[in-house]
Write a protein that binds this ligand. Structure first.
Ligand SMILES: [Zn+2]
Length: 162
């Protein structure tokens, strides 16, 4: 008997990074994750026919969905795996209280995107963590919860343009 599969997941990060996906895309993403975590080497082979079955989509539908979710995986040599970001995301996303205070003061206590004040503030990663953005103050901005959740894992350009 092999060990039961265990999927370490930072649920808050996953929700934040999938807010821009449709229900179909999110469903396919989760099915792929569960399926690859069931494999001993934590990978799936990129075979659209098989992956369409895993995600319960037609092949044509799957190819459409895949173009929107593939960036959430690490693709290598015809296989893909769970981006290790989520495993360590608590650590990678950790912003010290000092840096938070600095960002709050620098951005005048206003959401940099809509200018709102006196609301629940988030610290937005301007270049998303999932795309390699870091925790340097240059990459951080004060944002209200609605703006931050709407921007999700999009780049500024994608968010404003879309
Ligand atoms: Zn805002």
């Amino acid at each position: 008997m092999s060990q039961a599969p265990f999927w370490p997941v930072a649920t808050d990060a996953m929700i934040a990074d999938t807010t821009h996906l449709t229900a179909e895309e999110t469903g396919a993403y989760f099915l792929l994750l569960m399926s690859l975590w069931n494999n001993e080497d934590r990978t799936l082979i990129i075979n659209f026919k098989e992956l369409a079955k895993v995600t319960r989509l037609t092949r044509i539908r799957f190819e459409k969905v895949w173009t929107n979710i593939s960036y959430l995986f690490e693709v290598k040599e015809g296989k893909f795996t769970h981006i290790d970001f989520y495993v360590n995301s608590k650590h990678k996303r950790y912003i010290s209280p000092e840096v938070r205070a600095f960002i709050f003061t620098r951005d005048d206590g206003c959401c940099v995107y809509c200018g709102d004040k006196d609301i629940e503030f988030h610290i937005d990663h301007i270049h998303p963590v999932v795309l390699g953005g870091d925790n340097s103050p240059d990459n951080l901005a004060l944002a209200c919860a609605p703006c931050n959740l709407s921007k999700g894992a999009k780049t500024l350009k994608e968010w404003l343009g879309g």
